[in-house]
Design a protein around this ligand. Structure first.
Ligand SMILES: Nc1nc2c(c(=O)[nH]1)N[C@H]1C(S)=C(S)[C@@H](COP(=O)(O)O)O[C@H]1N2
Ligand SMILES: [Mo]
Length: 520
């Protein structure tokens, strides 16, 4: 009879699927529990964050370079797949003895719980979502087991061979139970996602006007050069780089900032008090140290906030500190060279971005913004504490991972249009992009070279100050064939963007972008 081996294969497949199915149901339940309590304590996020923290810097660099902003989705996906693969052993174990399967689920649960408890800001309650995950998965496994075994040998379709108790009815019931489990996991998982999205909706706050306003914002050349980066980056297009898998939901009413360490008068300030301080408004370009030449991790916005020095002066900074160690709501740390933050540049504690309260993804309610320094040493989002200390005493997250402590943004420029490998028509074309040279007198000049020929000046768009990028464009008469286009910036102090290539690690990339296009 040929149906026998087929039944066996089907039975094995179902057995292997049981673990992943009850595991997914447990994870969904744990995720929903976390959504209602502490999202970051979700077993998936906790294990994912632990993986991020332990990933060697070069691997992280590679992931950011290859997956871009999708790196997080890919990480979470990989963690899920790994866990579900491990869970395939649960079904076969449970068939031998239910307790074996339950024990395997217990071990997976313990790993998630340990991951959650080791997060920097974890409290004992962080273990709850992992426990819920484990309990729900084990309960589902037990239920499934009972349901499948309830198929008695008297049931129709009986097929006993050599003492095997596998019956068509068992297989049918296992399949039914699996389907129900997967459906429940999907429903609960969706509810968890919905609950998290609901929690992370923006909070409506009214910001005061700045006493010290930015100059009128000039119109960019966005319309004149199709495909060029907008002069001001819309919030929904602003790059996001941080170590968080979830979106920290910080309530402005419970937020406060503590200033301590080497200061005469440590103090704490709440959101209302901060908003009551004199506000400045500035146009500043933010860049990530992980950006490669020509890359996407750079954005420009109008920021509203309080001068960092106003907040520090109130505490009275002592003589021994050389760094500001800032801590975010989850205990993540960033260190900023004190001398650079207080040298007169417009370092600020920002509350507003492009005329709106900071979005949660960009640090609501308060973040740091310091022109001229890469984000990883200056732009702490969800900041809750500024500690004046020394690099010798305390090392921040990226300092421990070997990144530079002194990291001014290297001057750089990018071609936005045409796109690399574009197919163009011969004739008049426009090359355009953005360039930045903060704290160095701004962008003085951008030059373009075609096929390695002489550098020729491009036209510059308007200036919104030295801390802000500038758009540029160069008309080009394209002839048929393959062409290499390059650009470089020259700052107000006469420095030319170097052609010397450097990788992002440890202090930022350098080199000249060169793209290839086909003209016909
Ligand atoms: N709390 C916190 N702040 C952070 C980070 C982070 O991981 N956690 N990443 C920093 C880095 S590396 C950069 S480049 C900027 C990016 O800011 P954005 O996401 O608003 O563009 O935020 C900085 N602030
Ligand atoms: Mo960054």
């Amino acid at each position: 009879m040929s149906s026998r081996p087929r039944t066996r294969v089907l039975d094995l497949a179902l057995r292997l699927a049981i673990g992943p199915a009850v595991g997914a149901l447990g994870l969904a339940a744990g995720h929903l529990t976390a959504a209602l309590t502490t999202p970051a304590a979700s077993p998936v996020l906790a294990v994912g964050s632990t993986v991020i923290d332990h990933t060697p810097t070069p691997v992280k660099e590679w992931a950011i370079a290859h997956f871009g902003t999708h790196d997080k989705t890919i990480l979470i996906g990989s963690v899920l797949i790994a866990v579900l693969l491990l869970a395939t052993m649960v079904g076969p174990l449970a068939r031998r003895r239910l307790a074996y399967g339950a024990a395997a689920l217990g071990v997976l649960t313990l790993i998630a719980a340990a991951g959650a408890l080791h997060r920097p800001s974890a409290g004992p309650a962080w273990v709850v979502p992992s426990l819920v995950t484990g309990l729900v998965a084990i309960a589902a496994l037990a239920l499934e087991d009972r349901f499948a075994r309830a198929a008695t040998p008297e049931a129709p379709g009986l097929e006993v061979r050599g003492g095997s108790a596998t019956t068509l009815e068992t297989t049918r019931r296992t399949a039914l139970a699996l389907g129900a489990t997967v459906a429940a996991a999907a429903a609960i998982g969706e509810t968890g996602r919905w609950a998290i999205a609901r929690r992370s909706r923006a909070e409506s706050v009214t910001l005061p006007a700045a006493a010290d306003r930015a100059a009128a914002f000039p119109a960019g050349i966005d319309r004149m050069v199709p495909g060029i980066t907008p002069f001001r980056t819309p919030i929904d297009r602003f790059y996001r780089v941080d170590t968080r898998l979830d979106l920290p939901v910080v309530d402005s009413g419970s937020w406060s900032l503590r200033i301590d360490g080497d200061v005469a008068h440590p103090y704490e300030i709440d959101y209302g008090e901060l908003l009551a301080m004199p506000m400045i408004e500035r146009d500043i370009t933010l860049t990530c140290v992980s950006n490669s030449v020509g890359g996407p991790y750079v954005g420009s916005a109008r920021w509203l906030g309080v001068r960092l020095t106003d907040v520090l002066d109130r505490a009275g900074v002592g003589g021994s500190a050389d760094q500001i160690l800032s801590t975010d709501v989850a205990g993540m740390t960033i260190s900023t060279p004190l001398a650079l933050a207080t040298d007169g540049r417009d370092a600020m504690l920002a509350v507003g971005m492009n005329g709106e309260p900071l979005p949660r993804a960009h640090g609501f309610p308060v973040r740091m913004v310091i022109p001229g320094l890469y984000g990883f040493i200056s732009a702490t989002k969800w900041v809750t504490r500024l500690t004046l200390t020394t690099y010798e005493q305390r090392q921040a997250y990226w300092t421990k991972r070997g990144w530079a402590t002194d990291a001014p943004i290297k001057i750089s420029s990018r071609i936005d249009t045409p796109r690399p490998l574009a197919a163009l028509k011969a004739g008049d074309q426009m090359i355009g992009g953005v360039a930045w040279a903060q704290q160095n007198g701004g962008v003085a000049r951008v030059e373009v070279s075609i096929d390695g020929g002489p550098w020729k000046a491009a036209h510059l768009g308007p200036s919104a100050g030295n801390d802000y990028w500038r758009q540029w464009y160069a008309p080009w008469h394209a002839t048929p064939g393959n062409h290499q286009l390059s650009c470089r910036v020259i700052d107000g102090a006469g420095h030319t963007q170097t052609a010397m290539r450097a990788e992002p690690f440890p202090g930022g990339s350098s080199g000249v972008q060169s793209i290839s296009v086909d003209v016909s």
